[in-house]
Design a protein around this ligand. Structure first.
Ligand SMILES: [Zn+2]
Length: 232
């Protein structure tokens, strides 16, 4: 198979994946109107597939996703890419292991961002998924590299795949776009429960050793093994 053909196949598959994952943002109530976006890196090529700007979620289809290079320049598609494209592109350039990026203004997590407060690790599910607190990134204006720089500076060397960008909203990363969407869903879930716990009383942070042990177990052991073990 020629390299061009294989690139076209990969892009076609990722157009479907990225279009379909946007429905998850709606299903989990993470977005209002046209806010929020998902992108995926095209593995092996300096390209990404991202949502078009200002198009209703109901109208997102594989064929109207936009393909950009990692400077955010459109290489395939008639529509303008998401206004957050520069931030996604910066993350892909700076974090080679990241294969998917998601941005939302989901309500509870963004309320923590508005207060500039990291979400302390009160819940085992947060220790599992985020390995500790969910950090806050700097205030940054849209356009240029400032948002991307803030995301990368905050998440580099941090276990959390989610950052609360101050006064703005949530950016999540993952090895692929689905994992980044899962992180966005889980971030909103723990933000909501942490808020409810604060309203109810004084929530108890999990001690660091407990967080480490939960994180290690969840990242390495939890879930279905991909290779079925033989019956004994
Ligand atoms: Zn935003």
């Amino acid at each position: 198979m020629s390299e061009q053909l294989s690139r076209n196949d990969t892009v076609a598959r990722l157009r479907e994946t990225v279009a379909a994952l946007h429905a998850e943002l709606v299903r989990y109530n993470l977005v209002a109107w046209t806010s929020g976006n998902v992108s995926a890196r095209v593995p092996g090529h300096d390209l990404m597939v991202i949502k078009p700007s200002g198009i209703s979620y109901d109208d997102l289809r594989p064929d109207n996703m936009v393909v950009c290079d990692l400077d955010g320049v459109v290489v395939e598609g008639d529509l303008s890419p998401s206004s957050d494209t520069e931030a996604h592109a910066y993350v892909y350039r700076a974090m080679p292991d990241v294969g998917g990026v998601v941005h939302t203004h989901s309500g509870y997590a963004t309320a923590w961002a508005a207060c500039g407060e990291p979400i302390p690790c009160y819940l085992t599910a947060q220790a599992d998924e985020f390995g500790g607190e969910i950090p806050v990134g700097p205030f940054a204006l849209i356009g240029g590299d400032d948002i991307g720089k803030g995301i990368v500076a905050t998440l580099s060397g941090h276990r959390s795949p989610a950052v609360l960008m101050r006064n703005h909203g949530v950016f999540t990363v993952g090895p692929n776009a689905k994992a980044a969407v899962k992180a966005a869903v889980m971030c909103e879930d723990v933000a909501r429960t942490a808020h409810l716990a604060r309203a109810l009383g004084q929530p108890l942070p999990i001690a660091a050793e407990g967080v480490d042990s939960l994180y290690a177990r969840y990242q390495n052991v939890y879930g279905q093994s991909t290779v079925p073990s033989p019956r004994r």
